[in-house]
Design a protein. Sequence first.
Length: 272
Amino acid sequence: MIRAVLRWTALAVSAILFLLPFYLLLRNGLASRAELTAPGWTLWPKQIHWENFTKLFDQQDVPFARSIVNSVVVAVLQTAGLLVVCSLAGYGLARVPYRYSKPVFYAVLATLMIPTSVTFVPSFVVVSTLGWLSDFRGLVIPGLFSAFSVFLFRQYFLDFPKELEDAGRVDGLSRWGVFRKIVVPNSRGFFAAIAVITVIGSWNAFLWPLIIAQSPDSWTVQVALSGLLTAQNPQLNLLFLAAVLSIVPIVLLFAFLQRYLVRGVTESGLKG
């Protein structure tokens, strides 16, 4: 009984500490500017200012609603493209017999040791030369390949039952047919785990969208948050409210798909 009480007490304290930042964001977002800067502190605003939602979406210099739509489009396109590219690369390195498969795999892993700052300028020059500034192509295409995702897919496919693939080949399926009709349907949980990781990373990306999305109409939600902070007349209560709205989609996504995230870690084959 004592252990159970201590365990539940520790969990309750941890939950409160975890939710405290979200409470502060919501409390400050629904307060007025005067209450936000007042010397006294109240647990909740004396008057809830629901009109802050209207003020946030009516901002002329920061199109917040458009930025949310842009982030959704970028996250969906980038995730779908990455799953296709990296799963094919990982499956090829794991199953396709090739003399230089291991050197290619090690070369892919070597790119993980290259700092992002080293490739930032060349990537920007390429995107700028192609005319993809303030365009979805510039935001999405450079993120379609991830060496870490290729590594995870390869490790997973190494442990995938070969008997299922052999059965497909006996039935006359090509290697592409085996991958599309047998491997992918039986790997949905792992694909979902990689998708969750990719969506979270894409949604929270800031530096690359900041330099590529030079037009306010192409801003993502993280760039819009920085726009609210650096505006000539920053309204901190709107900034807190915008932060809450930017967190909600990721929290919901994680809440519904967390089991796939855990499953993906356990099935990634990192032990091999």
